[in-house]
Design a protein. Structure first.
Length: 167
């Protein structure tokens, strides 16, 4: 597979900041139409051949909003070759393991800010806020693995363990 390490650094150089609780996510990819779990919308929605799975074993639409250290989205291209993409949450990220805003129509996002929405805390709209004090810094790190095969064939769990062990 091919790895891509992604880092977001937010510096509070002009005073304290609050990154508000939202289900939308911080780091996302949009998966190829061919490998999605579903195709189309509303009355035209139909099953696809793709699958979502996270480190806890939640699959497809049940993976939405769940916390896990990694999540994978894979499926067959026309012609049958299976490809996938996995996102790994770094061990030093806040809210590890992150919540996954991953949808059957191809949206795939790691979200350290989604506690209110994903845990249905209607009376706590700021439950997932992340605060950075004046002069402080928030760093979010992720690794993206583009791979052949499903999560088992690509050994996604093994690759995550190696990533988590890095200093």
């Amino acid at each position: 597979g091919t790895f891509l390490d992604f880092e977001i650094a937010v510096k509070a150089s002009h005073g304290a900041i609050t990154l508000g609780d939202t289900e939308e996510g911080a780091m996302a990819v949009r998966v190829n139409e061919a490998i999605r779990v579903t195709h189309g919308k509303n009355k035209d929605k139909r099953p696809g051949a793709g699958h979502i799975v996270n480190a806890r074993g939640d699959r497809d639409i049940s993976a939405w909003g769940k916390r896990a250290p990694w999540c994978d989205y894979s499926g067959p291209l026309p012609g049958g070759r299976v490809i996938g993409v996995a996102i790994f949450d770094h061990a030093k990220n806040p809210s590890l393991p992150t919540w996954w805003h991953v949808r059957d129509y191809g949206l795939f996002a790691a979200n350290p800010f989604g506690k209110h929405d994903f845990e249905k805390l209607k009376d706590q709209p700021n439950a997932g806020d992340l605060k950075v004090p004046a002069g402080g810094e928030l760093v979010l790190r992720y690794r993206i693995l583009f791979h052949l095969g499903d999560e088992k064939t690509a050994r996604v769990a093994d690759h995550y363990r190696a990533y988590a062990a890095e200093k």
